[in-house]
Design a binder for this molecule. Structure first.
Ligand SMILES: Cc1cc2nc3c(=O)[nH]c(=O)nc-3n(C[C@H](O)[C@H](O)[C@H](O)COP(=O)(O)OP(=O)(O)OC[C@H]3O[C@@H](n4cnc5c(N)ncnc54)[C@H](O)[C@@H]3O)c2cc1C
Length: 426
């Protein structure tokens, strides 16, 4: 049918992650004809609940609603009556490099370094020239012991939070985001309950790898490996890592300022490794198990599923440089390195795991990283440039386009609603 004879505006949404599903729902509710094109054979994107272990769904992408108060995902979870469990940093146990629980003296030195890092970064934020988080705090590494503790703080409080390496995070802007108050909660049935819910009434074509977007004419054509789709407008929710890779060609090319934003905003790494044991050799008391690794960033944070899901499962996280490095390891090597740390903490007698689940988000061609961060050389305004619509035909959403909530599931969701409004919903 000719576009002029149509009474519904056609929109194609690229990507069935949270941003794309939020946009699609909103546009469809507003009377648009919407199709979502998704490269993978599953929906959800960086929301991905694994059912490999049938008795316990586990999230390989996002796990938490960070800050439940006022968070739009809380509203969706409440509508669904999805069961959730709060985790707390108050239930943390920290082990030193030699595997013993931190003594009071070591714990207070760690606290002092945390405070000094915070002061050094406040000072850096008052200086005219930006520098990396690492450069701003490096003076605190005055001995082998403080250097090790500093590395731990940089890993746990910055690299795991933002995905970028401390040498890449901007001291001025790394934390230029907003947060919701309240608990952090995990979904007992996995985060996919939210994306499945949002996908219910939407037309989604999976296994459609978009290769080209032609937006020079009045109509836009979107070309996948085996189809050409003609539409009035497109909402692009491609992850920043995919945009950086130029795997999708825009014709004409995106304006220079948008290309500049894509190049400068950082794409971070966070990987997960679930280990399942015959039985637990650790206590159910803590949510978090921390390890002051002798080597920067290696296996410093674990989540305890014995308390959360009553299962003998530990989840180890690795971010930034080490998170990237282990993507090249074989599964056996990853597990071996993880067990080396667990044996340092719990003793050489502990058994190997029965099974494991390992992510490699950087190598994933449809993510190419975990989430975006404010890199040295970025300003927060670049996210607005990334979000800016073009020619009233090309619209942009996805976590990286969210200036206030980048790197989060709620940021992705809100960006989809924003883009839908720009297209003309609501
Ligand atoms: C390990 C990890 C842990 C995280 N933990 C949390 C957390 O606890 N809490 C939190 O709030 N956030 C967390 N996040 C971040 C959160 O998952 C993301 O911010 C959010 O899911 C991104 O949604 P999106 O819609 O912007 O992108 P995506 O979910 O990546 O959606 C984009 C979609 O585009 C598709 N696509 C890519 N290329 C093409 C193509 N060529 N053609 C067609 N489709 C394509 C992808 O397959 C994908 O489905 C985590 C992320 C990771 C990776």
């Amino acid at each position: 049918m000719e576009a002029s004879l149509r009474n519904k505006r056609r929109t194609i949404v690229i990507g069935a992650g949270l941003a794309g599903l939020a946009a699609a729902n909103s546009l469809q509710d507003a009377g648009h004809e919407v199709i979502v094109l998704e490269a993978r054979d599953r929906i959800g994107g960086r929301i991905w609940t694994s059912t490999k272990w049938s008795d316990v769904p586990l999230d390989l992408g996002a796990s938490w609603i960070h800050g439940i108060q006022g968070n739009p995902l809380t509203v969706l979870a409440n509508n669904l009556k999805a069961t959730r469990v709060a985790t707390s940093y108050n239930r943390t146990i920290t082990y030193s490099a030699n595997g013993t629980q931190l003594t009071d003296a070591e714990a207070s030195l760690l606290n002092r370094i945390r405070e000094d890092v915070s002061i050094a970064l406040q000072q850096a934020q008052h200086q005219e020239a930006d520098q990396s988080v690492r450069a701003a705090v490096q003076k605190l590494a005055t001995s082998t012991e403080t250097a090790q503790l500093l590395n731990f703080v940089l890993s746990s409080d910055f690299e795991h939070e933002y995905g970028g390496s401390a040498v890449d995070l901007s001291a001025h802007w790394y934390d230029d985001d907003d947060t919701f108050a309240g608990d952090d909660v995990l979904f007992t049935q996995g985060f996919s309950v939210i994306t499945d819910y949002l996908a219910q009434n939407i037309t989604i074509k999976t296994s459609q790898v978009v290769k080209e977007i032609h937006w020079q004419d009045l109509e836009v054509s979107v070309i996948s490996q085996d189809n050409r789709y003609i539409t009035d407008s497109v909402v692009v929710t491609l992850p920043l890592g995919v945009l950086k890779s130029n795997a999708v060609v825009f014709v004409p090319a995106l304006p220079t300022e948008k290309q500049n934003a894509i190049a400068k905003i950082g794409m971070g790494v966070l990987n997960k490794c679930y280990l399942r044991f015959e039985e637990a050799f650790w206590s159910a008391d803590n949510d978090w198990i921390e390890y002051i690794s002798p080597t920067h960033g290696e296996w410093i944070e674990w989540i305890n599923f014995l308390r959360i899901a009553q299962k003998p499962i530990l989840l180890g996280f690795n971010a930034a440089e080490f998170g990237r490095e282990i993507e090249d390891y074989t599964d056996n090597q990853v597990v071996e390195r993880a067990m080396h740390v667990l044996r340092a903490i719990f003793g050489s007698h502990i058994p190997d795991p029965l099974d494991y689940q390992i992510t490699r988000w950087m190598h994933d061609p449809f993510a190419r990283g975990a989430f975006s961060f404010n890199a040295l050389g970025t300003t927060p305004a670049l996210r607005d440039v990334l979000a800016q619509p073009l020619a009233n035909r090309l619209f942009f959403a996805g976590e990286a386009t969210s200036r206030a909530y980048f790197g989060t599931a709620h940021g992705a969701y809100l960006s989809g609603l924003r883009a839908a409004k720009e297209v003309g919903a609501g």
